[in-house]
Design a protein around this ligand. Structure first.
Ligand SMILES: Cc1ccc(OCc2nc(C(=O)N[C@H]3CCS(=O)(=O)C3)cs2)cc1
Length: 330
């Protein structure tokens, strides 16, 4: 029997222990054979042998169990060690996220006007006819209201076509003076290389006492803003028309690509139109029941700024989620 104890002590795996267990305790095992052999012995021999065999049986079983537990513990420790992860290991591959270039541009625009003490206001994307059109001196049947430009729901609710309703709602709910910008998503039924059904705008509005706000104030802040956004560019104001401002102007910067000598991007003019502005039309103040006030307003498309700053040719590429393109703006 001695060599069986050695076999158990020397066993190096749980499988080996299992083999020994079957050899010892199986139906055709060593102990079964010994008990069978005992039958041929004399009576007084039998009880002695039986006693011995039972002691061996119990001891061998205990040895097997102990050795199996030791081996299982070792195997588990080795397994844990092989799977251990060194959490302190430096990983250079962790990719960090980044803001979309349009949002980076919007943040930069908001930063400028916040630094000039303009309050940032936001509003709902679903708007009504009054706040989106009527109050902005856009009477019924004005072309801008047409279905080809505006997404309508039923009962004259619509997706706002600009962020102007935020300024209207602000004037309806607070007294002058007002210094605010309204950044946000706007929606127009339009889709080509420079227009998408949804895009982002930042509009600004400054309202103060009658005579306190002049076109000169507007020129200063827009020139300062555009130099902040595009660096050392020339700024040009061209007379224009918008129903909600009078006088109105469209504002150009010297082409950021050809520095004004003329190229494909600026259609050889040397100038790029970037925003519109003007002195708020009295009809707008009438709609919100403001009296004895004056003010200026401006509006810009954020995607247009992002395309000029990041030199992106096709606006649609900004909305395709192409990681190869977006990765460049990390
Ligand atoms: C109460 C109120 C009064 C006046 C306002 O005037 C906002 C203005 N927007 C523009 C303008 O040119 N906007 C365009 C720029 C590019 S765009 O995103 O296509 C729209 C000129 S003045 C707004 C609110």
């Amino acid at each position: 029997m001695k060599h069986w104890y050695d076999l158990i002590t020397e066993a190096q795996s749980v499988e080996k222990i299992e083999e020994i267990r079957i050899s010892l305790f199986g139906k055709k095992g060593v102990l079964a054979a010994e008990f069978a052999r005992m039958k041929e012995a004399s009576d007084e021999e039998k009880s002695k042998i039986a006693q011995e065999l039972n002691i061996h049986k119990t001891t061998l079983m205990n040895e097997l169990v102990q050795r199996k537990i030791t081996l299982q513990t070792q195997e588990l420790q080795e397994h844990m060690k092989s799977e251990a992860i060194d959490v302190t290991m430096f990983s250079s591959s962790s990719e960090s996220g980044a803001l979309h270039p349009v949002m980076q541009t919007m943040d930069r625009i908001v930063e400028y006007f916040s630094s000039m003490n303009f309050t940032v206001k936001t509003g709902t994307m679903v708007e009504d006819d009054f706040n989106n059109f009527e109050a902005l001196n856009l009477p019924k049947y004005h072309p801008a209201r047409d279905m080809q430009d505006t997404f309508y729901f039923k009962d004259e609710m619509l997706l706002r076509t600009h962020t102007s309703p935020v300024q209207i709602r602000t004037m309806m709910s607070s007294k002058p003076p007002i210094r605010m910008i309204a950044p946000g998503a706007v929606f127009r039924r339009d889709y080509d290389i420079t227009h998408t059904p949804m895009f982002h705008q930042v509009e600004g509005l400054l309202v103060d006492k009658e005579g306190a706000v002049s076109f000169a104030n507007l020129k200063f802040i827009l020139e300062d803003f555009l130099k902040y956004m595009f660096g050392d560019v020339e700024v040009r104001f061209r007379p224009s028309f918008f129903p909600f401002t009078e006088p109105s102007a469209e504002v150009d910067i010297s082409c950021v690509f050809c520095k004004g000598s003329g190229c494909r991007v600026c259609s050889k003019t040397g100038w790029l139109e970037v925003l519109g502005c003007g002195i708020v039309d009295p009809n707008v103040f009438e709609a919100v029941k403001y009296q004895n006030v004056s003010g200026y307003a401006f509006g810009l498309g954020v995607e247009r700024f992002a395309m000029l700053i990041h030199q992106i040719g096709d606006l649609r590429s900004l909305f395709e989620g192409d990681i190869k393109l977006l990765e460049q703006f990390r």
